[in-house]
Design a protein around this ligand. Structure first.
Ligand code: GTP
Ligand code: MG
Length: 224
């Protein structure tokens, strides 16, 4: 069994690799509007899912240290296509359209929700979904629907709380405990809930380390 010291060293190597990985060139590959536009690739993939406006594109920018890589906006529903980014030819990052945005045309919402679900169910190289949840609001109906899709497809997913700078540590801790209890009812979830702020760079290195483990193909502690 690994001693705590050895485990700590392994953790810090992963953190170093994560920091290095996210300094590598991150190249926008393609925006996919339909399933047959998805790029052919055998890179391990991580997708960022969540409600519209939760901060998916901002988090990708914070992870990669680029302000404008993924397009962000004050108006919800900015990302309507599946956007693929190749990080150093080691890891594919995928910025997904948000759900729960009511003001777009119904046909459009159906199209991009259908495409996102097909992608989540059928993408063989998808190693992890980061399911972003606003740290002030917790899980909403659309999040639970996606969790069921991911449970059924046995796609590993991890909750990532966003916009922590807009909340206080006390309520965030309480929310983490509540979510932790709810997660025990879901099969494919990763038990470690991360707390982030793209604006204040909080939790970014921790998330980089978690994603670096996927790029290495290393089984991570707590993986199901
Ligand atoms: P869609 O593409 O519409 O699904 O949205 P998204 O999830 O990609 O959200 P986006 O990154 O575009 O951010 C939405 C809004 O939230 C923008 O105004 C961001 O500036 C803001 N935002 C994102 N991350 C943070 C954060 O960490 N803190 C604060 N305070 N605001 C944030
Ligand atoms: Mg977006």
């Amino acid at each position: 069994m690994a001693t705590p010291h050895a485990a700590g060293e392994a953790g810090s190597e992963l953190a170093d690799f994560g920091r290095w990985l996210f300094t590598q060139e991150c190249r926008f590959l393609i925006s996919a509007a339909q399933s047959d536009h998805l790029p052919l690739s055998d890179l391990p993939e991580v997708a960022f899912a969540g409600r519209s406006n939760v901060g998916k594109s901002s988090l990708i920018n914070a992870l990669t240290g680029r302000k404008m890589l993924a397009r962000t906006s004050n108006s919800p529903g900015r990302t309507r296509l599946l956007n693929f980014f190749d990080l150093g030819e080691r890891l594919m990052l995928v910025d997904l359209p948000g759900y729960g945005y009511a003001r777009a045309a119904k046909g459009d919402i159906r199209r991009w929700t259908g495409l996102t679900r097909d992608y989540l169910r059928g993408r063989a190289q998808l190693r992890r979904v980061c399911l972003l949840v606003d740290s002030r609001h917790g899980l909403k109906e659309g999040d639970r629907t996606i969790m069921e899709v991911l449970d059924a497809a046995a796609v590993s997913y991890q909750l990532v709380l966003t916009k922590a700078d807009k909340s206080k540590p006390g309520p965030i801790d309480a929310m983490k405990s509540d979510l932790g209890r709810e997660l025990t009812r879901h099969a494919a979830t990763h038990p470690n809930i991360l707390v982030t702020s793209a604006h204040k760079h909080q939790g970014i290195d921790e998330l980089r380390a978690a994603l670096a483990a996927l790029a290495l193909g290393a089984p991570e502690e707590g993986d199901s």
